[in-house]
Design a protein around this ligand. Structure first.
Ligand SMILES: [Zn+2]
Length: 260
C-alpha cells in the first residue's frame, strides 16, 4: 500500500491501481476532516448521527483531493445488490427519499467518485483498464456469505463486456483475522466457509474475498490485499466492533474527466 497525505487527510492507495493515473482512488482514514466527538474527523456517513454539514464538508474534501467533482453512494444494506450508474446521478443517501439501496456500484462514467462507507467491512475496488469500467463494493461478512463480489464481476462482464483476466482488484482495510470473531458462526456462516476459520471462532475474511475474486475469474497477480485491520488501528480507522458509536471512512474510486 502507498500511504499519502494531502491537507491533513491521510489515505492509502493500491500500488497496482495507482499505476493508472486516469483512475484516482483512495481509502481515506479518519484523519483530516471536520467531524467531532466519536465521528472525529473524516466521517462520510449521514446515517450515524453526525452533523450533516460536517459530512457535506468531508465529502467535498474527498472530491477536492481526488479532483473528481461529484460523489455518489448507496444506502448500504449488507446485501448483494449491484447498482450500475449509467445516465443521470443516483439519488444520494443524503436525500433519504428515493435513496438507492445496494452494496456495489459500477460505472464507466467519468467525473464521478463511487463511495463506499466503511467501519470494519471490506471495500473492494475493481478496475478493467481495457473497457474503462470501475466498481466499488461494500462487503462485510454478510456480503462475503452472499458473494456480492461474484455478482459485481458478473455484472461488469454482462453489462460492459469486461473480461475478468483484465480486471485489477484491491481489498481495503477491514476486520482482520486477528479480530473477525464469530461466536455464532455455526448459525451465521455457511459450512462451505468454515475452512477459513484460522483460530477457534476467528475467520479470515480477506482470504474469502481473494478466493471469491479468483473463482470469479480474476488472476492472482491482479489482486491486492491491504492487510490493515481496522479494529487494531482505531487511531487511523473507524471500527464498529471496537467503538460502537463511530463514523465511517470513505473508500473512493473514479475515472478522471478528459483534460483534467
Ligand atoms: Zn485486528
Amino acid at each position: 500500500m502507498i500511504c499519502r497525505q494531502e491537507k491533513s487527510a491521510i489515505f492509502y492507495q493500491f500500488a497496482k491501481l495507482a499505476s493508472f493515473p486516469c483512475i484516482p482512488h483512495a481509502v481515506f482514514t479518519r484523519t483530516g476532516g471536520r467531524s467531532k466527538g466519536p465521528f472525529e474527523s473524516m466521517n462520510v456517513s449521514y446515517e450515524v448521527g453526525d452533523m450533516e454539514q460536517n459530512v457535506d464538508e468531508n465529502r467535498a474534501l474527498l472530491c477536492a483531493i481526488m479532483k473528481i467533482p461529484r460523489i455518489v453512494s448507496l444506502k448500504q444494506t449488507h446485501g448483494d445488490k449491484v447498482i450500475v450508474l449509467s445516465d443521470g446521478l443516483l439519488p444520494d443517501d443524503k436525500h433519504r427519499k428515493g435513496v438507492c439501496e445496494g452494496d456495489a456500484l459500477i460505472t464507466n462514467r467519468k467525473g464521478v467518485l463511487l463511495l463506499v462507507k466503511i467501519a470494519d467491512c471490506q471495500s473492494v475496488f475493481i478496475y478493467d483498464p481495457d473497457r474503462q469500467v470501475i466498481a466499488n463494493i461494500h462487503s462485510g461478512w454478510r456480503g462475503s456469505v452472499k458473494n456480492i463480489i461474484r455478482n459485481t464481476v458478473q455484472t461488469m462482464t454482462k453489462v460492459f463486456g469486461c473480461q475478468t483476466e483484465n480486471m485489477v482488484a484491491g481489498i481495503g482495510p477491514s476486520l482482520g483475522p486477528c479480530c473477525a470473531e464469530f461466536v455464532n458462526f455455526r448459525s451465521e456462516i455457511p459450512e462451505r466457509y468454515w475452512k477459513y476459520e484460522v483460530a477457534p471462532n476467528y475467520f479470515d475474511l480477506w482470504s474469502i474475498s481473494v478466493d471469491q475474486l479468483k473463482e470469479a475469474g480474476l488472476l492472482s497477480e491482479n489482486i491486492s490485499v491491504c492487510g490493515i485491520c481496522t479494529r487494531c488501528n482505531t487511531k487511523l480507522f473507524y471500527s464498529y466492533r471496537g467503538e460502537g458509536v463511530t463514523g465511517r471512512f470513505g473508500a473512493v474510486i473514479g475515472i478522471k474527466e478528459d483534460g483534467i
